[in-house]
Design a protein around this ligand. Structure first.
Ligand code: NAD
Ligand code: DAU
Length: 355
């Protein structure tokens, strides 16, 4: 079996669903179920014996040792993290605990487990660490896209904590020979994306008649990848990646934020027009900027394409249409994640920003 951490979050749950749609190899899924973890994402697997869910923390060494001993996975995929940049600005502590200390504890538990494996089980074992392009910092307008050789220049508590975890993973390979793989991916979007992040926030706010909050001038650039393409890239790296290597994953889809928001509005105008006949664009509101806001990310996904033959299946146009349609088709999921804690966060992040 494979052992997935953070498999009730946005990307992790998409990964688990895709994995079990394509393979009968069971999944052990360890997730703390923070505000971002949601078992409703995995409702389609209810009663499926191939999915074994455990609520727990990647920082819990005893739990990790017991799970590894009892389930004897052939690979670990580490998705578990605190993932939202704005939350890391308001409260960095959880990011240090999970992304750095948690990854360290996981590496220690896996090292002890891997050390006692023998023969093919030991040589075939893999630890795949899921990371982000944000570790590379920010690009100027005409800079080349991030290659794997780009220096690490993280700018937020979130990206600094992910950078630290990447360094630990690298060090466990270099020092102990642990068979690791690291992926650094650009911005994902798609089903089950928690509506604190740009694209789902814009969809749910638009439908609720609320302002569409754009930070600063809206000209920051992100490089967008449909989540199932990220999942297929991870499967490919797990299958064929070279030990100790890192692979950048991206969709060659650089877009300024304001263009993303306008695209979401145009799709909603067509698919679910406002009752008054006006465009959702009227709801766009410019707010004061995110502190330390990275101006541009762009991924050079040439290595994974050349060496592993991976390419995204979706264009931005097909992926964003599917995404908007998914949110329109799943109002119960949206309502379910908008708990009291969610409303508190919206108040914390947006109430103090100047228009
Ligand atoms: P998410 O916030 O939606 O999900 C994170 C999951 O991890 C949640 O289910 C949460 O409950 C769980 N978790 C948090 N702390 C934990 C802990 N201590 N122990 C066990 N589980 C814990 O995040 P996501 O967007 O799905 O991101 C998944 C991974 O991919 C992260 O490592 C993130 O850095 C990386 N990544 C995300 C993106 C993106 O655009 N979302 C892009 C590149 C890389
Ligand atoms: O690049 C990969 C990263 O992408 C991942 O590592 C992170 O886990 C993931 O959250 C994402 O980080 P971003 O900060 O790029 O994503 P977010 O959706 O928060 O913001 C995208 C852009 O939109 C960013 O420039 C900030 C802007 N934004 C965001 C929000 C929430 C707004 O203008 N208004 C908003 O309300």
């Amino acid at each position: 079996m494979i052992f997935v951490t953070g498999g009730a979050g946005f990307i992790g749950s998409n990964f688990v669903l895709d994995w079990l749609a394509q393979s009968d190899e069971p999944v052990l899924n360890l997730d703390k179920l923070t505000y971002a973890g949601n078992l409703h994402n995995l409702a389609g697997l209810s009663g499926d014996a191939r999915h074994h869910f455990v609520q727990g923390d990647i920082g819990d060494s005893d739990l990790l040792a017991a799970l590894l001993r009892d389930h004897r996975p052939r690979a670990i995929l580490n998705f578990a993290a605190e993932s939202h940049v704005d939350r890391s600005i308001h409260g960095p502590e959880d990011f240090i605990q999970t992304n750095i200390v948690g990854t360290f504890r996981l590496l220690e538990a896996v090292r002890a487990y891997w050390n006692q494996l023998e023969g093919k089980a030991k040589t075939d074992f893999r630890f795949l660490h899921v990371s982000t392009d944000e570790v590379y910092g920010s690009l100027a307008k005409d800079d080349p896209a991030f290659a794997e050789t780009h220096r690490y220049e993280p700018n937020s508590p979130y990206s600094a904590s992910k950078a630290a975890s990447d360094h630990l993973v690298r060090a466990y390979h270099h020092t102990y020979g642990l068979p690791v793989l690291t992926t650094n991916c650009s911005n994902n979007y798609g089903p089950y994306h928690f509506p604190e992040k740009l694209i789902p926030l814009m969809i749910v706010n638009a439908l609720a008649g609320k302002p569409l909050p754009v930070y600063g001038d809206g000209q920051q650039i992100r490089d967008w990848l449909y989540v199932q393409d990220h999942c297929s890239a991870i499967r490919r790296v797990l299958e064929a990646g070279q030990l100790g290597e890192t692979y950048n994953i991206g969709g060659w889809n650089e877009k300024p934020n304001i263009e993303i928001v306008q695209t979401v509005c145009a799709l909603l105008d067509a698919l679910r027009p406002r009752a008054d006949g006006n465009s959702y664009r009227e709801q766009i509101t410019y707010l004061s900027d995110r502190p330390g806001h990275d101006r541009r990310y762009a991924i050079d996904a040439g290595k994974i394409e050349r060496e592993l033959g991976w390419k995204p299946a979706e264009t931005f146009e097909t992926g964003i249409r599917k995404t908007v349609q998914w949110y329109l088709n799943n109002p119960a999921w949206v309502e379910g994640v908008q708990s009291g804690a969610y409303r508190d966060w919206v108040q914390t992040n947006y109430a103090g920003r100047a228009q």
